[in-house]
Design a protein around this ligand. Structure first.
Ligand code: NAD
Ligand code: MG
Length: 464
C-alpha cells in the first residue's frame, strides 16, 4: 500500500471514505456483513469484540474504531481489523497515529479526531452496529449520537445510562434506536426476558430482577482492611479481566450500584424490584423471577465474549471462543446478601437514584474523579466512597435537574471542578468527558458529514 500525505483536509478525508465504501453493500437489502463501529476499541470490551469480529468475518466487518490516546493500541486494532475510519478523542493522538500510519505505509484508513470525530463514526450511514465500550461519561456523547441516528447499540458503557437514563429513553423512542445490553448482568436479564422483549419497556409478569455480583476482591475483608487496600489489590478481580476503572468499581461494589441504576432504566423496573445478590463464583450472570414463581437464570463462564456474541448475533445466536462450563468442577454455587457497612457504594447508588437525575450524575462524577485519584495514588481506597458520599450530600442538591444532553455535560463538568478542588487535585485531573481532547479543527474546510444524520468532523485526518 502507498502512503499518502499526512494531513489532507477533512473534505479530502470524507471523499476518500465515501469512495472506500462498497456501493453494492448499500444497494443489497440482503447484505450479510454488518459494519461494526467499535467505540473504546483499545480497551477490554474492544478486544473481546475484535476477537468476535475476527471469528466471524462472514458476518461482521470492523468499519470504524475509536479510542482516547492509545496510539500503539489503535495501530494494533488497525492491523488486526482493517477499519475504514478511526477516531482518536485526543487530537494529539490522532496526529501521532496519522504519522505512524504514513511511516508504516498503511493506507486506506481515514483518521478523525475529537469528540465530534467519535460522534461522526457512531452516526455514520455505513455504521450498522455500534459497540459502546468507552469507559465513563466520556462515552455518553457518542452513545447519544448513535441513539439519535437510530442505530443498534450494544451497550457496555453503563455510566452513560447512569448519567442520562431518562433522556436516552426519550431519544431512542424518537429515533427507533435499539439498545442491546452487553454488561454481563444486563445481557443475562435480557436473555431471560425472551426474544420478544425490548429494552426500556416494563417486562410482563416479572416480579423481580436478581442482579448478581461477585463481591469483588474484598468480599471477605474487614472494613479496616478494605479502607487501606492498595491499587494492586483493588484491580485484581477474582473472576473477570477488565479495565482498571471498572475493576476498582467492582472492589468498592460501586459497579453494582451503577448497574442497579442501569437495570432500572434498561428494564423500566423500580429499584426495589431489582435485588442485588452476591454470588462469588460469577457463573450465574443474573436472573429474572416471574410472577408464577419461575426464576430463569443465564449461566456461563465469566467471559465477556459470551454476552457480546449474544448481542452481535441477536436475535440469532453465533459461536464465541469462550470456554464452556465444566459441570464436573462446579461443586457448589453460593449466594449471600451484600454488606452495606463494608460496601457503602450500593447504598449511595440507592440514595442518588431516589434524589433524582442530578444526583446520579453526581454519583458518577464523584466516583470517576475519586477512582482516578486513587489509581494515581492521590487518595486512599476508603476515600473513594467518602468522596462520593460527601458530594451527594453537599453538591448534588445545588445542581438543577438536567433537561438536555448539554445540561448533563455541564453539571458533570461543574461537579468535577468542585471535586478536584475538594480532593486537592489539579483541575485538569478531573476532566472526564474527553473535552480537553475534543474538536480542534486543523486545516479543516468546515464541518462535514459521513453521509449519515448527525455528527460533524472536528478535526484533521490522514489518508495514509
Ligand atoms: P478499558 O479501560 O479497558 O477501555 C476503555 C476504552 O475507552 C479504551 O479504548 C479507551 O481508549 C477509551 N476511552 C477512555 N476515555 C476516553 C475518552 N475520553 N474518549 C474516548 N475514548 C475513551 O475499559 P473496559 O473495561 O473495556 O470498560 C469499558 C466500559 O464497559 C465501561 O463502561 C465498563 O463499565 C463497561 N464494562 C466492561 C466490562 C469488562 O469486562 N471490561 C464488563 C461490563 C461492562
Ligand atoms: Mg457487569
Amino acid at each position: 500500500m502507498t502512503a499518502q500525505p499526512a494531513h489532507p483536509t477533512n473534505a479530502a478525508n470524507l471523499a476518500n471514505l465515501a469512495n472506500a465504501a462498497n456501493p453494492a453493500d448499500a444497494a443489497n437489502p440482503a447484505k450479510q456483513i454488518r459494519n461494526v463501529c467499535l467505540l473504546g476499541a483499545t480497551g477490554s470490551i474492544g478486544q473481546s469484540t475484535l476477537d468476535l469480529i475476527a471469528a466471524h468475518p462472514q458476518r461482521f466487518r470492523l468499519y470504524a474504531a475509536a479510542a482516547h490516546t492509545d496510539v500503539e493500541g489503535m495501530l494494533r486494532v488497525i492491523t488486526q481489523g482493517r477499519p475504514s475510519v478511526v477516531a482518536m478523542a485526543s487530537p494529539d493522538a490522532a496526529q501521532a497515529l496519522s504519522a505512524r500510519l504514513v511511516a508504516q505505509g498503511i493506507g486506506g484508513v481515514t483518521v478523525l479526531s475529537g469528540t465530534d470525530g467519535l460522534n461522526t463514526l457512531a452516526s455514520a450511514a455505513d455504521t450498522d452496529m455500534v459497540v459502546a465500550g468507552i469507559v465513563g461519561i466520556a462515552g455518553l456523547s457518542s452513545v447519544w449520537a448513535a441513539a439519535k441516528a437510530g442505530k443498534t447499540i450494544l451497550l457496555a458503557n453503563k455510566e452513560a445510562v447512569v448519567c442520562a437514563g431518562a433522556l436516552l429513553v426519550k431519544v431512542c423512542a424518537q429515533s427507533g434506536a435499539t439498545i442491546l445490553p452487553i454488561d454481563s448482568e444486563h445481557n443475562a436479564i435480557f436473555q431471560c426476558l425472551g426474544l420478544q422483549y425490548r429494552c426500556f419497556t416494563r417486562p410482563l409478569e416479572v416480579r423481580r430482577l436478581l442482579l448478581t455480583a461477585s463481591g469483588g476482591p474484598f468480599r471477605t475483608w474487614s472494613v479496616q482492611q478494605i479502607r487501606a487496600a492498595t491499587v494492586a489489590q483493588a484491580i485484581k478481580h477474582p473472576n473477570w479481566s477488565m479495565g482498571q476503572k471498572i475493576s476498582v468499581d467492582s472492589a468498592t461494589m460501586m459497579n453494582k450500584g451503577l448497574e442497579w441504576i442501569e437495570a432500572h432504566w434498561l428494564f423500566a423496573m423500580p429499584m426495589d424490584r431489582i435485588q442485588i445478590v452476591v454470588h462469588p463464583e460469577s457463573i450465574i450472570h443474573s436472573m429474572v423471577e416471574y410472577s408464577d414463581g419461575s426464576t430463569l437464570a443465564q449461566l456461563g463462564a465469566p467471559d465477556m465474549r459470551t454476552p457480546i456474541a449474544h448481542a452481535m448475533a441477536w436475535p440469532d445466536r453465533m459461536s464465541a471462543p469462550s470456554p464452556a462450563l465444566d459441570w464436573a468442577q462446579l461443586s457448589a454455587l453460593h449466594f449471600e446478601q451484600p454488606d452495606p457497612e463494608r460496601f457503602p457504594a450500593i447504598g449511595l447508588a440507592r440514595q442518588a437514584m431516589q434524589a433524582g437525575a442530578c444526583a446520579t450524575i453526581c454519583l458518577n462524577a464523584a466516583n470517576e474523579v475519586a477512582v482516578a485519584a486513587f489509581l494515581q495514588g492521590a487518595i486512599s481506597f476508603g476515600a473513594i466512597t467518602d468522596a462520593v458520599d460527601d458530594s451527594l450530600q453537599k453538591l448534588a442538591p445545588q445542581m438543577p435537574a438536567p433537561q438536555t444532553l448539554e445540561d448533563v455535560m455541564a453539571i458533570d463538568q461543574e461537579l468535577r471542578l468542585h471535586l478536584a478542588a475538594t480532593l486537592g487535585l489539579p483541575a485538569g485531573a478531573a476532566s472526564g468527558q474527553g473535552r480537553g481532547a475534543g474538536g480542534g479543527a486543523t486545516g479543516s474546510g468546515g464541518p462535514g458529514t459521513l453521509g449519515g444524520p448527525g455528527g460533524t468532523v472536528a478535526s484533521i485526518g490522514a489518508q495514509a
